[in-house]
Design a protein around this ligand. Structure first.
Ligand SMILES: [Fe+2]
Length: 395
């Protein structure tokens, strides 16, 4: 064991030895946003010198490096008492079984093959540094932003374009390196995509929870948005919409009344008729709802449906008085689903309408309040809608 006495450090120190600048960038992007202090070496001799002078907690070592190869560096570190406790992980483009065996024989604590998964690298590092139990999570988006895929590609190409000198890579080796870089970018892109999808899902669940809380403010609208979403999906299916369009509509339906957060309880829960001022406040909710999610690109289309869900086919709706086809189809579907749920729910001033009464009302609204095509689709999907009604509406 090392005789050196450790002083506690705020951050773990990691040294990366790799002659490819693009890999140094990717590792920095992967680990830099965490609590690690990073150092870099461009060849084996420099790696050894820095490991001895700075005593990092962990060294990430490329195998094929100029001056001294990674295996030699690892063996030397593990043989010297001052550095034997430093964890060593190979980050190598050599993926044959004998390469791994040679790496472990040199005393390494881990062997990761390039192109590598940034998440796997993070997991390995955390485990080796005995950090609190590792819970896989999405990469920190702020650290991801430090990594530029374009810069990565440029560095790779620059590296490959350097004029040939004795001992420099052959054309075949360069081609193989280019291929590795390409695979590395693909893995990175896939993990970034995954992180983005998770971030979207998190945003959306927060908004949905808020919308459900707004429904719950009023005993009579409890579960309203969920039911409107279920009805809207059935109508959209009957209209033959594609699955991505249906998903957009479902999201819009779940959030359609989110702007009611801007309507005071005294107005929202008022059992009697609203005064003109109260009505004006109430009518702002589609626009407030649209503004609430306006900054979220992935909800841009849903935001438009939310803005338009109180428009009428005859142009007498709000907030913009749009008419007919000028109203987005998603919003025309929401209008029917929303009205159907309102009609079949009990209100303080009237009991719930029966299914047949609500169907007759939808017919009466044909070509005035509602798009006839949407009313047709609603009637075509009435069995599925009835099943949702029986299941979801508290009696
Ligand atoms: Fe509404």
């Amino acid at each position: 064991m090392s005789a050196r006495v450790d002083t506690p450090r705020a951050r773990h120190r990691i040294l990366l030895a790799d002659d490819e600048e693009s890999i140094r960038q990717l590792v920095a992007a992967t680990l830099g946003g965490e609590q690690y202090e990073l150092g870099f070496a461009a060849d084996g001799r420099q790696a050894l010198a820095l490991a001895e002078s700075q005593h990092p907690d962990l060294v990430l070592l490329d195998v094929g490096m100029p001056v001294l190869d990674g295996f030699t560096v690892c063996r030397t570190l593990k043989q010297r008492s001052a550095t034997e406790d430093i964890k060593v992980v190979f980050l190598s483009g050599m993926d044959r079984e004998e390469d791994r065996v040679a790496g472990l024989a040199a005393g390494a604590d881990g062997y990761i093959v390039k192109p590598f998964s940034p998440l796997y690298l993070l997991k390995t590092v955390r485990e080796l540094l005995n950090q609190a139990e590792y819970h896989p999570r999405s990469p920190d988006p702020s650290s991801q932003q430090q990594f530029s895929p374009l810069e990565f590609a440029r560095e790779t190409i620059h590296g490959l374009a350097r004029p040939a000198t004795p001992g420099s890579p052959t054309l075949e080796e360069k081609a193989a390196e280019l291929e590795r870089s390409q695979s590395q970018l693909l893995i990175y892109a896939e993990e970034l995509n995954q992180a983005y999808r998770e971030l979207q899902a998190t945003y959306f669940s927060t908004l949905q929870a808020l919308a459900a809380a707004i429904d719950a403010r009023d005993h009579y609208t409890y579960g309203h948005s969920q039911r409107v979403a279920a009805y809207a999906v059935e109508i959209a299916r009957a209209l033959g919409l594609e699955s991505t369009a249906i998903e957009t509509l479902r999201r819009a339906a779940l959030l359609h009344d989110i702007g009611k957060i801007g309507v005071p309880d005294a107005t929202l829960l008022k059992p009697g008729p609203l005064t003109p001022e109260e009505w004006a406040t109430m009518k702002r909710h589609p626009v407030i709802g649209e503004q609430m999610i306006a900054g979220l690109k992935f909800l841009a289309e849903a935001a438009l449906f939310i803005r338009c869900h109180h428009e009428r086919w005859d142009g007498r709706g709000y907030p913009d008085g749009l008419q007919a086809e000028a109203i987005p189809l998603g919003a025309r579907i929401l209008a029917v689903a929303d009205a159907f749920d309102a009609m079949t729910s009990t209100r303080p001033y009237r009991p719930a309408l029966s299914l047949e009464q609500a169907r007759a009302e939808a017919e009466r609204g044909r070509a005035s309040q509602f798009d006839s095509r949407v009313v047709d689709a609603f009637q075509d999907s009435i069995r599925a809608i009835e099943a949702i009604l029986r299941r979801e509406v508290p009696r």
